[in-house]
Design a protein around this ligand. Structure first.
Ligand code: NAD
Ligand code: SER
Length: 313
């Protein structure tokens, strides 16, 4: 029986991952935690600043935590407004978690990386697992350094830490927290509310993306994989979709005729231009059997149906 702590549980990913983990391991075995207070009291919750190592350790002791999913981070676009703070949070939080894992011999740690570890000199199409990595956002720099820390703790101290380089994650159950791929979430809200959307990226900006349900499955499958099949301890490339703002607008148009998109690129365009447009995730598929199940149209249909029940049009 595992006791699980999810840090950053109220975020876009955490709010969906926590539901899946509770279904799998039982309500009483999964503790949610976040810097923010929960809006709805639901299940075990602890308010935690993950930069406070003593507070983190107290929660691990209180519940006898054996596995940690550490999701708290400042994302790419938001990180550029205060790079020093983004570095402090993204790095020191990870080191706190890895240190506690080492000291308390925790069973497994999950920490997400991102396509932001790649940079302007990385091959953009079908980006390989091992390639040039020269990120030029503070977020990407912190994720690349984090990958090195994870591999280091695995090799030097035997910490069983596992990681995925997520593409842009698209869900509708929680609002995104300041990423460059957030347009692909916002567009669905605006399509239902106003039948139009002004996109901060250009029409043909292709980026790797993934529907949240697939991201949750990938995370859980990696964490359940046998130790010997997890061969990469920095972070695995995982892919699913690759689309542009024009493609997603066309997909929405098939459900909401008359939906209009226009384009007003801002500083996030340069970030998008430095990232891959598609990902080679063959290592994840070969090592632990990764498969995605949502294509663009299935994702659009699912999100619009889900949002209709929660957005007042
Ligand atoms: P998010 O911004 O929606 O959620 C992050 C959560 O962390 C928030 O609820 C926030 O309150 C919490 N948090 C912030 N500072 C904290 C602190 N000091 N202590 C405790 N909690 C704190 O982010 P997300 O989209 O859910 O992303 C989760 C993880 O996945 C991040 O590590 C992110 O880098 C990674 N990731 C996300 C995407 C994406 O498209 N969403 C893509 C690649 C990687
Ligand atoms: N989707 C994330 C972002 O845009 C990538 O990690 O920041």
């Amino acid at each position: 029986m595992h006791k699980i702590l999810v840090i950053g549980a109220l975020g876009q990913l955490g709010s969906e991952l926590i539901e899946a983990l509770r279904r799998l391991h039982g309500e009483d075995n999964v503790v949610a935690s976040d810097l923010r207070e929960p809006t709805i009291k639901n299940g075990l919750f602890e308010q935690l600043n993950v930069l406070d190592k003593q507070a983190l350790e107290a929660i691990v002791n209180k519940y006898g935590v054996t596995r940690i999913y550490h999701l708290a981070a400042i994302l790419s676009a938001k990180g550029e407004s205060d790079p020093k703070f983004a570095w402090d949070l993204n790095m020191n939080s990870l080191i706190n978690v890895l240190e506690i894992a080492k000291e308390k011999k925790l069973d497994r740690i999950y920490w997400p990386s991102s396509i932001a570890v790649f940079g302007p000199n990385t091959p953009r199409e079908n980006t390989p697992q091992h390639t040039i990595m020269d990120p030029n956002t503070i977020y990407g720099i912190s994720k690349l350094a984090g990958e090195r820390w994870c591999e280091y703790y695995h090799e030097k101290y035997g910490v069983d830490v596992r990681s995925l380089r997520y593409p842009g994650l698209i869900g509708y159950k929680a609002k995104p927290g300041g990423g460059t791929t957030d347009y692909a979430v916002d567009i669905y809200y605006k399509a239902l509310e106003e039948k139009r959307y002004t996109c901060f990226l250009k029409a043909n900006s292709y980026l790797p993306m993934m529907y949240m349900e697939d991201a949750v499955s990938a995370t859980i499958e990696l964490m359940q994989a046998e130790e010997h099949s997890v061969k990469i301890r920095s972070s695995y490339n995982v892919g699913a979709l690759s689309f542009s703002p024009k493609d997603i607008a066309e997909s929405i148009n098939r459900h909401i005729p008359g939906f209009q998109i226009d384009y007003d690129p801002d500083f996030r365009q340069a970030i998008a231009d430095s990232w891959p447009s598609s990902i080679d995730d063959s290592a994840a598929r070969n090592d632990w059997g990764w498969q995605h199940s949502f294509d663009l149209d299935k994702m659009t249909k699912t999100i619009l149906q889900g949002l209709k029940s929660q957005v007042t049009i």
